[in-house]
Ligand binder design. Structure first.
Ligand code: NDP
Length: 460
């Protein structure tokens, strides 16, 4: 099954300029580079934009900081019930934006330092594949490598709609000059729901437009429904089964959106979050014969190898599970397998996931409907409660936790949660699902009181 190697001391070869050439210094590329170099390989990584990739530069990290910033809107409102007199509540977007940007700069520096400390050569240029063992740099220089790893990630998909140039993607959110008074967010996935919460808390009027009537496809139905109800109650508008005919920019800078499925919409900003597509354009893949899938994704086997034996790919560019920790696992396993003592195949089952919406959703394992399909007879246990803090604050927002259990074995095959800090709680609970623990193990665990997470062991 696996292809473990016996030796962990890789002998660098002088046949090529580098043993490994990595294209893209994001989560997967940086991990693969430094681990391979640690095994003794001579490694170079080319990056045309900024070291750190989507997650650090314009994804998970700055997004999470905005989510924290947005939460203050509720916390400051709730503060009075806890005795705090906070007379002035004014939000200055430019302060948060610039502080987040400075933090991203700091992290980018750390990533560069990590490469440097591990003796990885960073080449701040675009690289294109010229042959199975050759890449050409933007400066015109060609270099050779024993192995090439493509870790170029993905980019927001912007559909070909008239006037799409007036729209922004998640990339541009972090540099906005000012908060829009009215924003339309297109899509019903992770990014749409996360930014809907952020913009709403910062005072924008948010309208989510989705082509279907389902948000967060793939998530447990009850969690999706709860988020929708809470979002509606907060004042976020939804337009379902609606698509764009065109986007027109008015002289005053506002946007007029001509729609099918709902009335036309006026707004100050429109953000498209309708999925991300693999970054493969102009990489030279066709010329060298690397097989691509329908969405342009690089096809790889269980060891991340493409059909060209010396070329590998990890992370979002393979369009399997577009999550940073998955790219990191793949980068690590690739480096250990090709340059170290080997690595077992990556287990893609029970990967926890979260949507940093307001409130956040988190889940691991099978949804209720997924479990029914797989096991036939299942049991579900739910706890529908108002967090203690919300009760005192007078915030009428209910949390929902659910355990999905295979009735035949008592094994907990899924956990789904919506409520304050759900991702923080779920990460620990995911260990139990990964370990195949039973409902009786949850029942045998004494509650930690008073917490929200105690609900996990109190469902009967
Ligand atoms: P998602 O895949 O989450 O959602 C895409 C949404 O856009 C769906 O609602 C889908 O509708 C809709 N859609 C898809 N194609 C079109 C189209 N051609 N026209 C109109 N609507 C369309 O994508 P995101 O952009 O939100 O996020 C991309 C990926 O980034 C995620 O899949 C996730 O892996 C990752 N990510 C993860 C985060 C996290 O872990 N917290 C945060 C942000 C991103 P329908 O379902 O009806 O087909």
């Amino acid at each position: 099954m696996n292809d473990y190697k016996s030796s962990s001391d890789f002998k660098s070869s002088s046949e090529f300029d580098y043993d490994l050439f990595v294209i893209g210094a994001g989560s997967g590329g940086v991990r693969a580079s430094r681990i391979a170099a640690g095994h003794g390989a001579n490694v170079a990584v080319a990056e045309e934009y900024r070291v750190g990739g989507t997650c650090v530069i314009r994804g998970c990290v700055p997004k999470k900081l905005l989510v924290y910033g947005a939460h203050f809107a509720e916390d400051l409102n709730d503060a009075s019930m806890f005795g705090w007199d906070v007379p002035v509540k004014r939000f200055d977007w430019s302060v948060l934006r610039d502080n987040v940007s400075a933090e991203v700069d700091r992290l980018e520096g750390l990533y560069g330092q990590t490469l440097d400390n591990n003796k990885v050569t960073l080449i701040a240029e675009r690289a294109v594949i010229e042959g199975p063992n050759m890449v050409r740099l933007a400066s015109g220089k060609s270099v050779t490598a024993g192995k090439i790893l493509i870790a170029t990630g993905a980019q927001p998909y912007m559909p070909p709609i008239d006037g799409i140039e007036h729209a922004i993607s998640s990339n541009e959110v972090f540099g906005l000059e000012k908060m829009p008074g009215r924003i339309v967010i297109v899509g019903g996935g992770y990014i749409a729901n996360e930014f809907a919460g952020v913009f709403h808390q910062f005072g924008s009027h948010v309208t989510i437009v989705n082509r279907s009537d389902t948000i967060l496809r793939g998530y447990d139905e009850q969690m999706r429904d709860r988020l929708l109800q809470i979002s509606l109650a907060k004042g976020i508008d939804f337009r379902f089964n609606s698509t764009f005919d065109r986007i027109e920019k008015r002289e005053d800078g506002s946007l007029h959106m001509v729609m099918t499925g709902c009335d036309d919409i006026e707004a100050d900003q429109v953000l498209f979050a309708v999925g991300r597509e693999p970054n493969v354009g102009g990489l030279g893949l066709e010329a060298v014969g690397v097989n691509l899938g329908k969405r342009g994704e690089i096809m790889v086997d269980a060891t991340n190898r493409t059909n060209v034996a010396s070329i590998f790919a990890v992370g979002d560019v393979t369009d399997r599970i577009q999550l940073t920790p998955v790219a990191i696992r793949e980068g690590q396993a690739f480096a250990d397998r090709e340059f170290g003592a080997g690595a077992p195949p990556i287990d893609y089952a029970n990967i926890p996931n979260a949507v940093f919406s307001h409130p956040p959703i988190a889940g691991v394992g099978l949804t209720e409907s997924g479990a029914k399909e797989k096991y036939g007879t299942i049991k579900t246990f739910t706890s529908d409660f108002r967090a203690m803090k919300n009760v005192l604050a007078g915030r009428n927002e209910r949390s929902l936790y659910k355990l999905v259990v295979d009735a035949a074995t008592d094994v907990v095959v899924g956990i789904h949660m919506i409520g304050p800090d759900a991702p923080e709680i779920l990460q620990a609970a995911a260990i139990a699902v990964k370990a195949g623990l039973k409902k009786e193990d949850f029942d045998a665990t004494v509650a930690l009181h008073p917490t929200m997470s105690e609900e996990l062991v109190l469902m009967r």
